[in-house]
Every structure is written in structure tokens, then in C-alpha cells.
Design a protein around this ligand. Structure first.
Ligand SMILES: Nc1ncnc2c1ncn2[C@@H]1O[C@H](COP(=O)(O)OP(=O)(O)OP(=O)(O)O)[C@@H](O)[C@H]1O
Length: 467
């Protein structure tokens, strides 16, 4: 059960950035002005390795502000790491508390290390009782984020898009979190393998990501580290959101402060002041950018230049790589990567966006699109729109944009119109879409045993409060 040091690389961040720069220069024209995902992932990974071997003057100190959530009321905890921890574990429910009395090695056989993060390592283990394999994340005590991560995972566990927490074992120096194993690896690796995703595939992956983000927000949790490295894939190919190390609870109308996130994905308001759950929408927009065109939108040779780009670069979704992307997809991403937080759409609105609906609704998916005559096409669309009328029509403002008129406008297209043309036709309607601010549902309003324990155990320790 000992942690294995992954690799022995001791490069500094500067070296990595130099390497990234030279490998960048060798890439094709499309990639000249961008870090590729591989570059970014390598930079990030090596920085983590530096962080564990060179705590001072390495990447850790340079990334500390952004990559690690500021501990809430951490000073006393950090000064005496052991104090208060027992009380804090009280936020873990009855099922997981059983782990406190037993040792993990009594119940699980340890396997190889499968990942390493900022706060600990992740390794495989097998239940002695059932033979089922799990992933175990071992977190060193001492950071309040560790307790928050356990509590939030417990709070969210049960949703199909969240990695399920099976048990927690507490030792003097660490916690072991026994989680559902996601053997399909990370979304980032799939993205690198597949490069640009077909829009249909991208939309289906992205919808699942947004469903879980919406769930987090409905449950009063801001993840703060949405990125493809933190999206894992199950044996059946479903996505699961993992790594709640930077997640915090937020109550309705509350704002957060403090740098937290991963540089390329961080929202501009995190860099400049107070923020809300909308930071997850921005990060998901960065992810969508990478899914659609294979590169990250905000890049630079240093952290400062990445942040500068996040704050100021004006993205142009009409040129270059975006020319082959449908207008609705571009419309969605522009609504997510908007710096005006009040104009940035919510998770619910993303899920109701025509691009998502078009590619992911069952009827639309099986919709025959090629070789339709004008009338057939118009009629089929009218039927589809009718069956989705309530959801899609709700997005449109004004009499002229009723589903029937959308069908009419689509029926004027050529007989040879293909799928992407049809998606583009949706753009006509999208230009009139009014996405209204929906009433935020149940932020920080959980019920049940966890909430009862939370209020009794944690109010005084700030564990469940946002920073
Ligand atoms: N349930 C799981 N099943 C399979 N692999 C997992 C699981 N959880 C984590 N991993 C692997 O371990 C890696 C690190 O896990 P995780 O991201 O939770 O740690 P972390 O310390 O919070 O990381 P980070 O430094 O990225 O914030 C993941 O990228 C993934 O490869």
C-alpha cells in the first residue's frame, strides 16, 4: 500500500516550458499558436512531479496559488494537523464510517498505482470479500481540502456521473477513499487519441459532462477544477466526474473568492475577484473548445501569459479551425466562454441549447437526414420539433420563431442538405434565442443524514462552507 513515485523526472517548469515551446514549433500550422493538449498535460504532470520532489522554488510554488484551493480557515489546522480531524470525519455517513474501525488492509488487497495527484496517490485494490476491484485514493492529512473532498464526494455520491465513494478508512497520517474504479482512463487521453471529435460524439460526451455539472450546482457544489483530466471513463464507456479536491459548497447568492483551478481552464473572474458556480461553465467551455477543435483556447509561454489570455484574448469562432464547426456549436461555446458572468449561460441552459438537443435527443439522433425532398424534410423537422416542442420552443422568443417556422426555413434548403447543413440551419433560430436566467434550484439545501451530521459537526469548523 505504499505510494510509488511515478517517474524520476526532475525537470524544472522552465525546462518543460522550453520543451513545450520547441515541440510546438514543430507542429503543423494549426497548432503553431497553441499548446497542444499533450503539451499541456505534460507540463501539468511534470509540474506535479516537481511539486512532490522540490517543494521550494519549483512549479509548486509557482502554481500553488492557482492549483490548490486556499484552505478555508486553514491556519489552525495546518498548525496542528491532528486536531479536529476526528470531528470532521463525522460528515461521512454511516456506511463509510465503518471503515474507521477497521484497517483497509483487513478488507482490501492492494494493487498497482494508477494515478498521482497533488494531495496523494490513487491505486487499485480488490475487496477480499467480493473480489471486486476499486480505486483507492490515499490523501495525506493536514489540508482542510482533504476533509472537504471526502465530505463533498459523500454528498454527491449516487449520481451516475459522479465517482461513487464506497468506504473511507482513517489512519494517523492519511485517509483512504475507496472509490468505484473507472478502468477506461481519463477523457483527456481519449481526446488526444481521437483528436477532433465528430460533433455528434462531442455533443454526447459533453451533455453527460454538463448533466453532472448541473447536478453539482443543484446540490450546492462548485467543482472548480473541471477539465478532461478529472473526467474518468467507466468500463461501459460512461463518463464520471472525479477529483473533488478543489470543490466547495456554495449557498444561493453566495460568492467565492481565492485562486483555485487549473491554469488553462480557470475563469477570468477567479483571477480578478469574487465568483460563483459559473466558473464551472467557463471551464466546461474550455473543455468543449478542446473537444471540437483539439486545442485549448487560452495559451501562453508562462502562467502569466495564460492568465493574460484568459482575461483579454478575443476568441474568433469564425476563422481557422472553427470554419468546419457548425454555427450552433460555435454559438454554444461563445455563450459559455463569455467574460460577462451574468451573460454566461447556466448548466441548465447549456443542456437546453439546440446544439445539445439536436445531437443528443433520441428522436433527433435517428432522424433521417440525407436525400430528403423539400417537403419531406420540412415535414420531418416539423414532426421532430413537435415532439420536442415544449423544450425547444421554450428557447425561442417571438412568434416568427415557432417550431413550424423553423421547419419552413429549413425546408427551403437544398435537397442534398446533410447533417451539418441541418445543424447550421438551427443557427437561424439560435440567433433569436433568449436564454433567461433560471431560478437556481436548491443550492446548499441537502437533506438526509449527511446534512444532519454536517450541521452538527461542521458548522464550527468551516469545513462545508465556501471560502
Ligand atoms: N476512481 C478512479 N478510477 C480510476 N482511476 C482513477 C480514479 N480516481 C483517480 N484516478 C486516477 O488517479 C489520477 C489522480 O486522481 P485525482 O485527480 O483524484 O487526484 P488529485 O490529487 O486530486 O489530482 P489533481 O492533482 O489532478 O488535482 C487521475 O487522473 C486518474 O488517472
Amino acid at each position: 500500500m505504499r505510494k510509488k513515485r511515478k517517474g524520476s523526472d526532475t525537470d524544472t517548469c522552465e525546462n518543460i516550458q522550453e520543451e513545450s515551446k520547441s515541440s510546438q514549433q514543430a507542429k503543423s500550422a494549426n497548432f503553431v499558436s497553441h499548446f497542444s493538449l499533450e503539451d499541456y498535460i505534460r507540463l501539468n504532470k511534470r509540474c506535479k512531479e516537481d511539486a512532490s520532489s522540490e517543494p521550494v522554488s519549483s512549479c509548486k510554488s509557482r502554481l500553488a496559488g492557482i492549483a490548490t484551493a486556499p484552505p478555508c480557515g486553514a491556519s489552525s489546522l495546518l498548525a496542528s494537523p491532528g486536531r479536529g480531524l476526528k470531528r470532521k470525519i463525522g460528515c461521512i455517513d454511516v456506511a463509510t464510517q465503518t471503515g474507521r474501525k477497521k484497517k483497509i488492509e483487513d478488507e482490501y488487497v492492494s494493487g498497482s498505482t494508477i494515478g498521482r495527484g497533488k494531495f496523494g496517490s490513487v491505486w487499485m485494490c480488490r475487496s477480499k470479500a467480493s473480489g471486486v476491484e476499486f480505486a483507492c485514493k490515499t490523501l495525506r492529512k493536514g489540508e482542510e481540502t482533504v476533509h472537504r473532498e471526502v465530505e463533498i464526494m459523500q454528498h454527491l455520491s449516487g449520481h451516475p456521473g459522479v465517482v461513487t465513494l464506497h468506504a473511507v478508512y482513517e489512519e494517523a497520517e492519511c485517509f483512504h477513499l475507496v472509490m468505484e474504479l473507472c478502468p477506461g482512463g481519463r477523457l483527456i487521453d481519449k481526446m488526444i487519441e481521437e483528436r477532433n471529435h465528430l460533433e455528434r460524439r462531442a455533443a454526447n460526451i459533453f451533455k453527460d459532462v454538463m448533466l453532472v455539472i448541473k447536478y453539482c450546482h443543484d446540490m450546492g457544489v462548485v467543482h472548480r477544477d473541471i477539465k478532461p483530466e478529472n473526467i474518468l471513463i467507466t468500463s461501459s464507456g460512461k463518463i464520471k466526474l472525479a477529483d473533488f479536491g478543489l470543490a466547495v459548497r456554495i449557498s444561493n447568492g453566495q460568492t467565492l473568492s481565492g485562486l483555485a483551478g487549473s491554469p488553462a481552464y480557470v475563469a477570468p473572474e477567479v483571477l480578478t475577484g469574487n465568483y460563483s458556480e459559473k466558473v464551472d461553465i467557463w471551464s466546461a467551455g474550455v473543455l468543449l473548445h478542446a473537444l471540437l477543435v483539439g486545442v485549448l483556447p487560452f495559451q501562453g509561454d508562462s502562467l502569466e501569459s495564460v492568465f493574460e489570455a484568459i482575461k483579454n484574448v478575443k476568441l474568433d469562432f469564425h476563422k481557422g479551425l472553427w470554419e468546419s464547426v457548425s454555427k450552433p456549436a460555435r454559438d454554444l461555446i461563445s455563450r459559455m466562454l463569455t467574460r460577462d458572468v451574468s451573460a454566461r449561460i447556466t448548466a441548465d441552459e447549456v443542456l437546453r441549447h439546440p446544439w445539445i438537443l439536436f445531437y443528443t435527443e433520441r428522436t433527433l439522433k435517428t432522424f433521417p437526414m440525407k436525400s430528403k425532398s423539400k417537403n419531406q424534410l420540412g415535414h420531418t423537422i416539423a414532426t421532430v420539433m413537435e415532439s420536442h416542442g415544449n423544450r425547444i420552443a421554450g428557447l425561442f422568443l417571438g412568434e416568427d420563431l415557432k417550431p413550424e417556422s423553423l421547419a419552413d426555413s429549413l425546408s427551403c434548403k437544398s435537397e442534398e442538405q446533410d447533417e451539418s447543413g441541418l445543424v447550421d440551419a438551427l443557427a437561424v433560430a439560435i440567433s433569436h434565442v433568449k436564454i433567461s436566467e433560471t431560478k437556481r434550484s436548491r443550492l446548499c439545501g441537502p437533506t438526509g443524514p449527511l446534512e444532519q451530521q454536517r450541521s452538527s459537526n461542521l458548522t464550527s469548523t468551516n469545513l462545508c462552507r465556501a471560502c
